[in-house]
Design a protein around this ligand. Structure first.
Ligand SMILES: [Cu+2]
Length: 133
């Protein structure tokens, strides 16, 4: 009986410590839909930090869940709370419906990642909200 109680206590402490030491995870990937196009944004690292390079990767699929290849994807990073210097990146097509670009978040706070997608047959626009600690 005593041992069981001690065990429960130790497990509780372990769970508590595990949760506390975890870095604040950004909820990634983020999925959004605009018309026929569904986009999934992933970040590397998934919790970006200020003034360090972050790889944005946008995977786009059509209404039939087929990857959209041959598109042009441009990222525009802004902060909704203030005017910031232009922060843009043209993504590189990996040939399988995924488009990557390296960006830098230049200060902590709330950011908006806009992705402009132009593909054979149409265009789509996505806006992702992200807080950089
Ligand atoms: Cu700012």
């Amino acid at each position: 009986m005593k041992r069981a109680k001690l065990f429960v206590l130790l497990v509780s402490i372990a769970i508590f410590l595990t949760n506390c030491s975890k870095p604040q995870p950004t909820q990634m990937p983020i999925t959004q839909t605009d018309g026929d196009v569904t986009a999934v944004l992933t970040l590397l690292p998934d919790t970006p930090t200020v003034m360090n390079p972050t790889i944005l990767s946008l995977t786009i699929k059509d209404a039939d869940s087929q990857p959209i290849t041959g598109a042009s994807v441009a990222f525009d990073l802004t902060m909704p709370g203030m005017a910031m210097p232009p922060n843009n990146a043209q993504a590189t097509d990996d040939g399988s419906g995924s488009y990557d670009a390296e960006v830098t978040f230049t200060m902590a706070g709330d950011w908006q990642i806009q992705a402009d997608v132009t593909y054979p047959g149409g265009s789509a626009e996505f806006t992702f909200d992200l807080t950089i600690e």
